[in-house]
Write a protein that binds this ligand. Structure first.
Ligand SMILES: CC(C)(COP(=O)(O)OP(=O)(O)OC[C@H]1O[C@@H](n2cnc3c(N)ncnc32)[C@H](O)[C@@H]1OP(=O)(O)O)[C@@H](O)C(=O)NCCC(=O)NCCS
Length: 183
């Protein structure tokens, strides 16, 4: 298993001026993942995991922090809060085979609408592209208008597949054909 690469560390500012460090997830991030999970609204938990979860099962937490950076990737948004580090978003992809990666993201509710989701998704998609993936897909609740807008606005041709398993939709972008006017 390859360790977290440090070349992806980057400092950005949100629309409200909050300074944020973007960095890969580490195996020691378990307590920070539990903290951000506890601060997500039930709707955000459902939209992220596509199921109702009151707490993160230990085996799920294990997989969220043990990333094989040879094929998968997980980027965290870190801030200093009350004198210590907190995570306010995590965006990841995992290998789905045949050049496809599946992406997920969760932004803490009190930081929605600050440009963080878009900043992280576009970086993580760029990393997937640099690693040789040709398609990135998301599976999402069809009521999730914010994710639909975000993903379709990345500047890549996208394809919409309605009703996977009758509960959620799937969108994929083609990384081989970025629109010339895309961001
Ligand atoms: C979907 C989600 C990631 C968006 O993150 P965010 O940081 O709030 O999004 P951004 O501020 O970067 O906004 C991205 C785009 O989404 C839309 N958007 C986001 N929040 C919005 C809001 N409150 N009202 C209207 N549009 C909104 C806008 O079109 C925006 O693009 P623009 O800034 O160019 O206008 C966030 O709502 C979230 O974490 N939801 C819960 C988990 C989830 O749904 N995950 C997706 C499935 S894995």
């Amino acid at each position: 298993m390859q360790p977290p690469p440090s070349e992806y560390d980057e400092r950005i500012h949100l629309k409200n001026g909050t300074p944020v460090l973007l960095r890969p997830i580490r195996t020691s991030d378990g307590p920070l993942i539990l903290d951000i999970f506890s601060k997500l609204s039930p709707e955000s938990v459902f939209f992220r995991f596509l199921t109702h979860l009151e707490r993160l099962p230990p085996e799920m937490l294990y997989h969220l922090v043990h990333i094989d950076y040879g094929k998968d990737f997980a980027l965290a948004a870190s801030i200093e809060e009350k004198g210590r580090e907190s995570l306010i978003a995590v965006c990841r992809y995992f290998d789905h085979g045949e050049g496809r990666a599946e992406l997920t993201i969760a932004v803490r509710d009190d930081y929605h609408g600050q440009g963080l989701g878009k900043a992280m998704v576009s970086r993580v998609v760029g990393i997937a592209k640099a690693k040789g993936y040709t398609r990135v897909e998301i599976i999402f609740d069809s009521r999730n208008e914010n994710m639909k807008k975000l993903f379709s606005g990345l500047g890549y041709p996208f394809y919409y597949h309605a009703s996977i398993l009758d509960i959620c939709d799937r969108m994929e972008i083609d990384l081989t054909r970025k629109k010339p006017d895309g961001p």
